[in-house]
Design a protein. Structure first.
Length: 149
């Protein structure tokens, strides 16, 4: 399928190949049922506890990355996993300024071991944002407002 994609898209260099939209070609080659299975196993985005759908980053030679505001992950105990639980997502937990405050593939460990220090560091800097003592049961927030289930 890749050879045919190179021909169909008139790709002439490695740089062309790196920037080419290959997913539609692959989905066409797979057919409807296999394409749906691929979407289920490796989705474009994940729904986080706040209710938002966040796009995953599938960079070469890296596990999938989900860059998400920390407050949107309150109440989620374990790291999301893809491919029927075989692939953990690397979480880039973002502060209110949308900069990473923690990178982890073990959300449970973050809540248990690191969150207290992150909370301490950021709650004075961002007092309008929620920094609950218990992130396990806190209501997830999106854009500074609690989301109701």
């Amino acid at each position: 399928w890749l050879r045919q994609a190179v021909i169909d898209l008139a790709l002439v260099s490695i740089e062309d190949l790196k920037s080419a939209p290959l997913l539609p070609t692959l989905q066409y080659q797979l057919g409807h049922d296999q394409s749906r299975t691929l979407d289920r196993l490796l989705p474009d985005s994940l729904e986080v506890p706040s209710g938002n759908r966040i796009t995953l980053d599938y960079s070469p030679d890296q596990p999938p990355i989900l860059a998400v505001r920390l407050q949107e992950m309150f109440s989620l105990h374990d790291t999301p996993r893809l491919a029927d639980g075989r692939i953990p997502v690397t979480l880039h937990l973002l502060g209110p300024n949308f900069r990473p405050v923690q990178v982890t593939s073990d959300l449970r460990s973050f809540w248990t071991n690191t969150y207290t220090q992150v909370r301490k560091d950021l709650r004075n800097r961002y007092p309008k944002h929620a920094w609950p003592e218990d992130p396990w049961t806190a209501t997830p927030e999106s854009k500074g407002r609690p989301q109701r289930p």
